[in-house]
Design a protein. Structure first.
Length: 169
C-alpha cells in the first residue's frame, strides 16, 4: 500500500481500533465500578462495551488479514513446496473474496435497513453497530486482492514483494 490510501487503511485498522479498544477498557472498568462499588449499574456503559467489542473484533479480523496473522491449520501446508503453497493461497484468497463479495451488498442493505432500530440504552441506530461488518468485509477484500496479486507476482518469478511489519512486532 502506498501514500494516502495506506493512511486511510491505517486509520480504519490501527488508529480507530486503538481508540475503540481504549473505549472498551474504560467502559468495562467504569461499568464494574458503578455496578459493584457504587451499586448503581449504568446500562449505557454495558452497550458501549458490547458495541466496542464487536467493532474491535471485526476491525481486528481485517488487521489480521493485512499482516497474514490469521490462525491456520498448517500441519500439511508447511510441508508443501513454496509454489504449491502459493497456489493454495491464491485459491483460498480468491474463494474467500468471492464469498465476501456475495455477502457485501446484503450486509450493506441490512446495515441501512437497521437504521430504524434503536439501541435500548443508548438510543442510537443499530446501523452504527452493524456498520463494522461491511467495513471489515471491504478491508479484508482489499487485503485478499493484494495477497492474490503478490502471490501471482511471486509465481511469475517477480520476486517476493516486501511485506509490512506488524506494528506489534
Amino acid at each position: 500500500m502506498k501514500g494516502s490510501f495506506k493512511k486511510i487503511v491505517d486509520l480504519w485498522e490501527i488508529h480507530l481500533p486503538t481508540l475503540i479498544f481504549f473505549l472498551l477498557i474504560m467502559s468495562v472498568t467504569l461499568e464494574v465500578f458503578f455496578r459493584y462499588v457504587l451499586n448503581q449499574p449504568i446500562p449505557e456503559l454495558f452497550e458501549v462495551s458490547i458495541y466496542s467489542f464487536v467493532w474491535a473484533i471485526y476491525l481486528g479480523a481485517a488487521l489480521a488479514k493485512r499482516y497474514d496473522q490469521h490462525i491456520r491449520f498448517d500441519v500439511l501446508y508447511v510441508r508443501l513446496s513454496k509454489r504449491t503453497r502459493l497456489w493454495i493461497d491464491i485459491f483460498f484468497d480468491s474463494l474467500t473474496s468471492i464469498i465476501l463479495l456475495i455477502v457485501l451488498i446484503p450486509s450493506i442493505q441490512y446495515t441501512i435497513i437497521n437504521y430504524q432500530i434503536k439501541a435500548s440504552a443508548l438510543r442510537i441506530p443499530w446501523t452504527y453497530l452493524l456498520m463494522c461488518f461491511p467495513i471489515s468485509l471491504l478491508l479484508i477484500l482489499i487485503h485478499n486482492s493484494m495477497a492474490i496479486l503478490s502471490n501471482i507476482q511471486e509465481l511469475r518469478g517477480g520476486g517476493v514483494p516486501e511485506k509490512e511489519i506488524p506494528p506489534w512486532q
